[in-house]
Ligand binder design. Sequence first.
Ligand code: ZN
Length: 403
Amino acid sequence: MIYEKRIPLLRDHHTHPSLYASLSTSLDLRTVRDKGRALALIQAQEDPVVVVFGWNNSLYTFTEEELERLKPVLICNVSLHSFLMNAPAKARFAGAYPEIVAHIEDPDWVEKNLPEIFKFIVNIQPGSAARVTAFNAYLNRQGIWYAEEMLLPNAATIEYHYQLGHLDRTRFWADLKLYQALDAGTQKQVFGIKLFTDGALGPRTAAVQVPYPEGGQGILIYTLAELSAHIATVTNLGKPVAIHAIGDAAADQVVTALENVQRSEGALPPLVRMEHCQFISAATARKARSLGVVLSMQPNFNYDSVQYRDRLSPAYCARNNPFRILIDEVGFVPGKDLIFGSDGMPHGIKYALEMSLFPPEPNQKLSLDEFVAGYCVETLENGFIDIQIDETKRMVLSRVVLT
Ligand SMILES: [Zn+2]
């Protein structure tokens, strides 16, 4: 059966517009499934330092010899949590970024310093008001009206949005280090603080309770005491907090830390969001809900249950993004305390809606109403998306109209 519906434009609660705008002129390997072709494409680039993104290490890896034969190159894994930099690129950045050059291949260091790496990448191809305009136009074509910046790279980014009159179409989240370096006026423009508590599935650094089939339990960035102290700091700043936690062990740690802060400070930040929480258990989700936590999740990552079968056990594949459990059993309500975004993987309506309506795992399914409640702006005043849902082909066609 095919049916049609008009829905509002998207409110993408979690993405990285500055980073993606910076990468938008870079070589994208997401659709390049053959290593020989990837190497040829890199070699054909003309930038003094080639920045490549979208490399999927479940398809191929690069040998040191292959990398050293290339021009200066920084290769970003599709997860944006692991990176390769060849010797010519290291030589170029050793003076200005000695720490990053020394540790870029160390997964532990990378996870603990991800904000620094994102800011480094943005600064290789820095932003401008023109770049923001072009990128926002791209987001609009994907049906996105509003996009939250989950990792502010610098104060200039706020200035560009201000100049363009776009401050009401985003929210800026900054890591504590950047936030504390901003002047008081700029700090007011920052909506909240972003904390990371674990890594990602791509590099097997998401912190899990049951070890990965190949061994290891990922990386917890902080001890419980450290995380509790950071949340207490944000509580005292009076700012909202958004806490990245992909693995179940990370989600457990976040909720325990929140309980600690609630006890020690008598309060929590005015808004607490958990980002991703792909493997949160029902028990931890119940505690999170009773603490008033908002879960910020990405239907796009339903496909991790297929794409990462090589590194996740069947049990973890089945547990990924358990929306039905969170909504039906734990009581989260889309649009209220369960909100959706893309993380830019990819941006836009088509893939997100296909993954929601026709997911790989039954517990991942969302109804169209739930999708709209958690993922769309409230009105049609700036435009709409006409969608056509083909249940037989499990496909969505869409037409974005801006008014
Ligand atoms: Zn993100």
